[in-house]
Design a protein around this ligand. Structure first.
Ligand code: HEC
Length: 121
């Protein structure tokens, strides 16, 4: 009889442990939104124009690469080809007669910006 009592007791105890440990702890999922693009036109690309290009392309020569005009000048001026980024007039220029005007890393960034859809972001 005593043994049965112990068994019962142990059973209840195990049950409490078992069900107790089944308590659901819900951690909210950590959602990290990936940025839709890696390159920002205003933060990454325009500074290159400011630094390397506007002294010549400051309004009197196409494309006008001053901050307020550069995006329109490039996209409407036909310098950008998002379906074949490397064939963009801009890239051909930067790897052609303007080869020394920008660093390789800058050209890669510009290319990536075009590959990402040449967004005005
Ligand atoms: C020292 C002056 C100078 C600087 C700096 C300069 N350019 Fe130019 N760029 C010119 C001249 C002059 C032309 C026109 C002759 C030619 O096509 O090479 C030109 C032409 C271009 C063209 C072709 C325009 C067309 O309609 O055919 C593009 C695109 C261009 N530049 C982009 C740039 C970019 C981007 C930078 C900065 C990385 C830059 N340029 C820096 C002088 C400059």
């Amino acid at each position: 009889m005593k043994r049965l009592f112990y068994l019962l007791f142990a059973g209840i105890f195990a049950g409490i442990l078992l069900f107790g440990s089944c308590e659901k702890v819900v951690y909210p999922p950590v959602v990290i939104e990936p940025p839709d693009t890696a390159v920002s036109y205003s933060l990454d690309i325009q500074p290159i124009w400011n630094d390397k290009c506007v002294n010549c392309h400051g309004g009197s020569r196409d494309p006008d690469l001053r901050q307020e005009n550069s995006y329109d000048a490039l996209t409407n001026g036909g310098y950008i080809n998002t379906s074949e980024p490397e064939e963009s007039e801009l890239m051909k220029k930067l790897y052609g007669s303007h080869d020394s005007r920008a660093l390789e890393a800058e050209k890669q960034l510009i290319l990536l910006w075009i590959e990402e859809g040449a967004k005005n972001n």
